[in-house]
Design a protein around this ligand. Structure first.
Ligand code: SAH
Ligand code: SF4
Ligand code: F3S
Length: 438
């Protein structure tokens, strides 16, 4: 049984890390002779790269797997589940979902060609061993669905912060950094291929370390490739957001002035229960440091409503923190208890669902007001914008982002995708800035 010429269809859920992994997976399978296709109907293998962060993320995958059965009844097509849910459920997934032939966790992708060959010979395979060293640093990702302008670069894997609510340390294993040289080379290769923006990815980029190279130094090296190459990163853990990093960001014009700093809760009591290892005061001190180094920096966040034991006053502290910081954007979630986490073993999911829902709604409503207020302050300012594509609303308009990662829409005139242009903001909504070329 040969893999050569076999068609693979890959579908990705979850965070940017998973999208970056799908590009590594595609590279490994192309190397083995497979071809990528755009439709399930054309494929020999369907690969679903999954997320396990919240229960609804997993339910969505179960529904998708059931949908795929219809196609499998018509003809031979193998379905494999990859990523975080594969790692969490292991062989169990193939018992629950009989149409799944292979399950491969985030550190097992090099073995995919061999596994997929065995699957075609009639064996079901689960490979869920986690590694302490795998970083796929030698694999050049095949860029998927990209615009040729902006790309992700994975700089580390795993996480060992063990926030009480979170499955990631269990699904992604030990934290490990990738060889700095290979990261800089990948970024340079992208720039030479015409890319204008790279986003360096890790669950906690602040703890990146390769020999003596810190994250700030790594970012400086990437920024030095060219002033025409924008550098972004995600995610920073507030507990170790260093002044060194902020100083480096301030020093380079092409390091984007945008920090994603997940708050999770504005209550120090909750933060302690969540094992976040910072207090609300510490978080505020980091916000002030960001403002000191970069007054024009945008700040975005993640928040969880209704974690175990959350009282009304904890929730109020979160709302208060949102007002004080004035986030430009927030990802807002209802707490979802995950099996085998510290919370599941030692805490009680005691906030009723309707209370979680109401608190989440209050946060969403407040954040909508804050975002609109922030955007209104942008009216009249002029920004350098990297043009990404045609606006979804009108063919006559382009959209792009400024350094702060805010989307700006404007009449196209003679501007082109992939170019830097200057745009003056003339109007806004809570989500988008509207402007004119200058
Ligand atoms: N490493 C990042 C977070 C990655 S997960 C960090 O530490 O900030 C992305 C977000 O999902 C988290 O920031 C958190 O807000 C949310 N999340 C994680 N586990 C969750 C759970 N069990 N229920 C609800 N939201 C959760
Ligand atoms: Fe999860 Fe915490 Fe690690 Fe982020 S830092 S991935 S929230 S355990
Ligand atoms: Fe989901 Fe795994 Fe990312 S659980 S959020 S895909 S690290």
């Amino acid at each position: 049984m040969e893999l050569k010429g076999r068609k693979i269809y890959i579908e990705t859920y979850g965070c940017q890390m998973n999208f970056a992994d799908s590009e590594v997976i595609t590279s490994i399978l192309k190397e083995a002779g497979c071809e990528r296709c755009e439709r399930v109907e054309e494929s020999d293998y369907v690969l679903i790269n999954t997320c396990a962060i919240r229960d609804n993320a997993e339910q969505r995958i179960h529904r998708r797997l059931r949908d795929l059965r219809a196609e499998q009844q018509r003809r031979r097509m193998y379905v494999g589940v990859l990523g975080c849910m594969a790692e969490r459920l292991k062989q169990r997934l193939m018992v629950e979902e009989e149409n799944v032939s292979f399950v491969v966790g985030p550190d097992g992708y090099r073995r995919l060609p061999e596994i997929m060959t065995r699957v075609a010979e009639g064996t079901k395979v689960a490979e869920t061993e986690l590694s302490e060293s795998e970083t796929y640093s030698d694999i050049v990702p095949v860029r998927l669905d990209g615009n040729g302008i902006s790309a992700y670069i994975s700089i580390m894997r795993g996480c060992q912060n063990f926030c009480a609510y979170c499955v990631v340390p269990y699904t992604r294993g030990r934290e490990r950094s990738r060889d700095a040289e290979s990261i800089v080379n990948e970024a340079r290769g992208l720039f030479e291929a015409g890319y204008k923006e790279v986003t360096l990815l890790g669950q906690n980029v602040n703890s990146y370390r390769w020999g003596d190279v810190t994250f700030a130094q790594l970012m400086a090296r990437v920024a030095e490739i060219s002033p025409e190459l924008r550098v972004r990163f995600a995610t920073s853990h507030p507990k170790d957001l260093s002044d060194e990093l902020l100083a480096t960001m301030a020093r380079y014009g092409n390091i984007c002035k945008c920090i994603h700093l997940p708050l999770q809760s504005g209550s120090s009591r909750m933060l302690k229960l969540m094992n976040r290892r910072y207090t609300a005061e510490w978080y505020m001190d980091r916000i002030e440091a960001i403002r000191r180094y970069m007054p024009d920096c945008s700040i975005t966040t993640d928040v969880i409503a209704g974690f175990c034991g959350e009282e009304e006053e904890d929730h109020k502290a979160t709302l208060e923190m949102f007002r004080r910081v004035g986030y430009d954007y927030a990802y807002m979630f209802k707490f979802s208890m995950r099996p085998d986490t510290y919370a599941e073993k030692h805490l009680r999911d005691d906030v009723p669902d309707e209370v979680k829902g109401r608190r989440l709604e209050e946060i969403i409503k407040l954040q909508g007001e804050i975002a609109l207020e922030n955007n209104r302050r942008e009216v009249g300012k002029t920004y350098e914008v990297l043009v990404e594509g045609t606006s979804h609303r009108s063919k006559e308009q382009l959209f792009g982002r400024n350094s702060q990662n805010k989307v700006i829409v404007f009449d196209r005139k003679d501007a082109k995708e992939g170019e830097y242009v200057k745009v003056r903001v003339t109007d806004c909504t809570a989500a988008t800035l509207i402007g004119v070329l200058v």
